[in-house]
Write a protein that binds this ligand. Structure first.
Ligand SMILES: *[C@@H]1O[C@H](CO)[C@@H](O)[C@H](O)[C@H]1NC(C)=O
Length: 487
């Protein structure tokens, strides 16, 4: 059957057809736009052939949906669960919270399947900053004072609930600082002076003195404690933004060589000896220093096969991921942090699209949820304008534009989807079209099209398998086409 708009509308009205059948046999399209009148809304589906552009500007895209076009396999999309997220979510009534989590973690909403979380305090924590073994800031090499505390317990329990709703969920954690007593400066935050792990690296070599072993056991204890509460940790990075040392919130500087040695000789063996299968990812920082993750991969390749990237380099250049892929074809890559400020409709679309076009297997925004003042955050510093994908305002939930923009990918590119090579993405100073496509486990094909022009465009997509699909893409929107299986 050649689907037309009519047959599609009537198919959608046949309630006896299962969703899978509908997906497999007909094309559909969903859009979210800057104006906010489309929110994952069903819009006119593309038609086979060249369609009827009328007076609209036209745009050509192509995808290779045959095996020669297969690229990376999607793991998932989501955001960072911070203390700000947990405290604001837990301010909701239990029924509102359940509705929210269903929206985030199931196919009734975004269907997120990848969550980052903060191990101890980040800047998006209320006062005071903490870790899981502060011990009155007295040295505790045996970690006898290890304790998730109220906030750690609440975090683990939130992640466990998310996991119960989304069986595909992958969770990875990152600390903003080691406990103060493990550091040369003795504190979690407040100074950039000697803001390093006390592990011997700057004197006789990593592990010759100090707390390299305790640092490794800290991760083991954390992973075990979360597991006991039902939150399996699939991966960690040993330090968020290891090249960022600042005083306003917890940070810790870790050299690339030091990171490789800590992982290869301490953290990797400790996790493995504890019988845990948690992966360790390299770096967790900006794209302007790819030597760092390369050093970690080279020095700790026995334990590390994945690199985590953030978006804050200026200029931002996601092509760095493709270059890294070319040099390390078996290494997986994630975009693990980028903020979602209020007022820019396409920021989340951009930081999802760019990495996907350059081999990333997953994307997480900063952050999943905040209160209505983009917090709580530490009073001494940190991001005061990092809006959650959802904000909680006095008992009600507001789904922000970034939520819809990420859902335009997440809902339609499930774990296991294979990203396809494609052409036709281009951005002028006045706007442009960026696109990424996938072949999904059920044989359907997803094409996500971001139109940053202030006018609608008419897109014609040709496939290597020999089809042509055409349809309208609204102005300033992210529009997702789901095409039936090609045969
Ligand atoms: C982006 O990074 C790639 C890979 O390192 C490099 O080849 C390219 O010149 C960079 N582009 C810009 C505009 O800096």
């Amino acid at each position: 059957m050649k689907p037309t708009l009519y047959t599609l509308l009537s198919l959608a009205a046949v309630s006896s057809a299962s969703p899978a059948e509908k997906r497999a046999n007909s094309a559909s399209a969903y859009s979210s736009n800057s104006a906010g009148n489309y929110k994952l809304s069903s819009v006119a589906a593309p038609v086979q052939g060249s369609g009827s552009p009328g007076s609209e500007s036209t745009w050509k895209l192509s995808i290779d949906d045959t095996s020669s076009g297969y690229k990376q396999t999607i793991v998932g999309f989501g955001a960072a669960v911070t203390d700000a997220t947990v405290t604001s979510f837990n301010s909701l009534s239990s029924s509102s919270l359940q509705t929210l989590l269903n929206q985030l973690m199931t196919s009734s909403g975004a269907d997120f399947s990848l969550m980052r979380h903060t191990i101890g305090a980040s800047d998006l924590s209320g006062d005071p900053a903490y870790t899981y073994d502060d011990n009155g800031n007295t040295a505790d090499p045996s970690l006898s004072g290890f304790n998730l505390g109220d906030r750690g317990n609440a975090m683990a329990s939130m992640l466990a609930t998310m996991k119960s709703l989304q069986s595909n969920l992958k969770i990875f954690g990152a600390p903003w600082s080691a406990p103060g007593w493990m550091k040369l400066n003795g504190v979690i935050d407040g100074t950039t002076n000697q803001n390093n792990l006390n592990d011997g690296y700057l004197s006789g070599g990593t592990g010759t003195s100090g707390y390299a072993s305790a640092f490794a056991q800290y991760f083991v204890k954390y992973i075990q404690a979360y597991k006991n509460l039902g939150a399996t940790i699939d991966a960690i990075t040993i330090q968020n933004e290891p090249l960022n040392s600042q005083s306003g919130y917890p940070t810790m500087y870790v050299y690339a060589d030091e990171s490789a040695q800590l992982i290869q000789n301490y953290v990797g063996p400790a996790i493995s000896n504890a019988g845990l299968s948690t992966d360790i990812w390299a770096y967790d920082h900006n794209t302007d220093n790819s030597d760092y993750p390369q050093t970690v991969i080279n020095g700790a390749g026995q334990y590390v096969d994945t690199v985590a990237w953030h978006c804050y380099a200026d200029p931002l250049n996601w092509t760095v991921l493709s270059e890294f892929h070319d040099n390390n074809p078996s290494v997986k890559q994630y975009m693990t942090e980028c903020w979602t400020p209020a007022g820019t409709w396409n920021q989340a679309a951009d930081f999802t699209m760019g990495p996907l076009q350059n081999w990333a297997v997953g994307v997480t925004a900063w952050t999943l949820g905040t209160d209505s003042s983009d917090g709580p955050h530490l009073s001494t510093g940190g991001c005061a304008t990092c809006q959650g994908l959802v904000t909680i305002n006095d008992g009600s939930v507001i789904y922000q534009p970034a939520y819809y923009m990420m859902a335009q990918f997440s809902k339609f590119m499930p774990p296991g989807a294979i990203v396809l090579s494609g052409t036709g993405s281009y951005t002028y100073s006045s706007g442009g079209v960026q696109s990424v496509a996938s072949l999904n486990p059920d044989g359907t094909r997803t094409v996500v099209i971001e139109n940053t022009f202030s006018n609608d465009i008419y897109v014609t997509l040709s496939t290597q398998s020999g089809q042509e699909w055409s349809g309208n893409v609204p102005s300033e929107s992210v529009t997702t086409w789901v095409l039936p299986a090609s045969s």
